[in-house]
Write a protein that binds this ligand. Sequence first.
Ligand code: SF4
Length: 53
Amino acid sequence: MNSTPNHSIQCNVSSCTHHCGSKDYCSLERITVGTHEKSPTQEECTDCMSFRK
Ligand code: SF4
């Protein structure tokens, strides 16, 4: 886990290697968001494509 939070990217996926541990932020400079749906209609349809276990 990286400890330098990017305050522009809030995230609570604590199992991601880019998560800031006790702080709910991402440590990356930028992330890519995508979808696994053909026609996304709600937030559950979107994914952080920068996630790494
Ligand atoms: S890469 Fe995505 S899932 Fe991982 S901490 Fe950053 S925003 Fe969250």
